[in-house]
Design a protein around this ligand. Structure first.
Ligand SMILES: *Cc1c(COP(=O)(O)O)cnc(C)c1O
Length: 443
């Protein structure tokens, strides 16, 4: 391995330049503080997207509300708005303080994207948005819809017939596939999901039950995406949702920031220079956390701080940022195996544009052991009676990682842990997760 050359440098050279790499390559949990982060005013004009893009996406979500209600009757009492709760988790805070033997000042909140309606994960934001936007575009192009009309008509039989001539396709470790499969088949599209080896059996089954075609790969996520993209390109009537480079997914996620601002206001939680906002989000390819981070920076400005969490075995965003290689790096180049129970985060190469965009926006990245994911999900269940999947538990260590590294200045910080998935996990599997976590906690 010593002789391997990655973008002109040997691995030894890379380690010499970035000594943290040696810890990362040994799967040690690390906290990496980004010292390139800059004031938003200084970099805004260089960003490829702006606040207006977030607002535009939010308006589109509003147009989608009536079709969402028509497709999913359970959305009637939510007015067709796909959104999750923001709750304060005092009991979990006490348990974490005890666990880490550190006192955390400020307030600790949980953003429950783990329980987003219909898709049960953060992918309801990006995946639903892109599929609905594509459905909107097709209908408008064929003069079957204008944006002033009630979008409920997109759910009628005629439209279903229309959409059934078209294909949707995506490469996924699981949850993105679920979200695309659920909404895509509901609209009438022919949906093909290219699943990586880490994808859980129950997710594949659920998709087949919905009428989606599931293609399984023995390789990792990057390969599933590459294959899916290739096959979709060969068919002009198939639209490929490209998790490695989709602007639409990214903007779908970004709207979470607008919603969070509203929720904080409703709960009379101040966010300003004296009350900074720190948000901790699990990161896979980067689209979801990147979109949310971008949205937060646009909506709150410099008082918002974003920190990503990755498994010690899949730190692709971290390694991409650290080396500046971004998507040109696959963690296997450095000998990492990309094996983790956090299937939503099992990604070896970061998104083609998110890493670059995060260079000056992101405060830092930390990595988490798989065992800690289980410990934390069990602790959350015990203290707050909330169930999340392993990927979704990655954020909880965040505030304590920052404390340990003297990276928190304010006492009045508003900490938001982003829980990203779990509501659709079958009971028996959730019980296994909990049992595993409890036994680790009792050690
Ligand atoms: C997809 C996913 C993430 C991360 O999103 P990316 O866009 O892949 O970075 C985090 N948690 C869960 C549960 C997910 O499914």
């Amino acid at each position: 391995m010593e002789d391997k050359i990655i973008m002109g440098n040997s691995i030894d050279n890379w380690i010499e330049k970035h000594p943290e790499l040696s810890h990362i390559m040994q799967y040690n949990p690390v906290y990496w503080q980004n010292n390139q982060v800059m004031k938003i005013s200084a970099i805004k004009n260089d960003l490829p997207l702006q606040l207006s893009d977030v607002i535009d996406a939010e308006k589109r979500w509003e147009r989608f509300a009536s079709i969402i209600k028509s497709l999913f009757p359970e959305m009637e009492n939510r007015q067709g708005i796909i959104e999750s709760e923001l709750i304060e988790i005092d009991k979990m805070k006490v348990a974490l303080e005890k666990d880490y033997n550190l006192m955390l000042s400020g307030k600790l909140f949980l953003k429950l994207d783990s329980h987003l309606p219909i898709a049960g994960s953060i992918k309801a934001r990006g995946g639903f948005y892109e599929v609905l936007k594509h459905a909107e575009t097709l209908a408008i192009e064929h003069r079957l819809l204008s944006i002033e009309e009630d979008y409920a008509k997109l759910a009628n039989e005629e439209m279903k017939q229309f959409y059934s001539q078209y294909g949707l396709s995506v490469g996924s470790t699981g949850n993105l596939g679920l979200s695309i499969g659920i909404i895509g088949t509901a609209l009438g599209f022919q949906v093909t999901i290219h699943m990586s080896a880490d994808a859980k059996e129950w997710k594949k089954q659920l998709l087949r039950d919905k009428g989606a075609k599931v293609i399984e790969y023995t390789s990792d996520y990057s390969q599933a995406v590459t294959e899916g993209r290739k096959q979709a390109l060969a068919d002009p009537k198939t639209y490929f949702i490209d998790d490695e480079q989709s602007i639409d997914l990214f903007l779908g996620y970004s709207v979470a920031a607008v919603r969070l601002k509203k929720q904080l206001k409703e709960q009379q939680i101040e966010v300003n220079e004296d009350h900074p906002l720190y948000v901790y989000i699990p990161c896979g390819v980067g689209g979801a956390p990147g979109g949310i981070c971008f949205g937060l920076k646009m909506v709150f400005g410099d008082v918002a701080h974003c920190i990503f969490a990755e498994p010690t075995h899949s730190p692709s965003m971290l390694m991409g940022l650290l080396t500046g290689l971004h998507h040109n790096l696959h963690i296997s180049d450095f000998g990492l195996d990309n094996i983790t129970e956090a299937d939503g985060l099992a990604v070896g190469s970061a998104s083609k544009f998110v890493g670059k965009m995060m260079e000056k926006l992101l405060d830092g990245v930390f990595t988490v052991d798989d065992d800690d994911l289980f410990r934390l999900l069990a602790l959350l269940n015990k203290t707050e009676n909330i169930k999340v999947e392993p990927s979704a538990a990655a954020g909880f260590m965040g505030p304590f990682q920052l404390l340990k590294n003297n990276a928190l200045q304010e006492n009045n910080t508003v900490h938001v842990i982003w829980a990203t998935g779990g509501a659709l996990v079958p009971d028996a599997i959730m019980q296994d997760f909990l049992k595993k976590g409890e036994s680790l906690n009792n050690k």
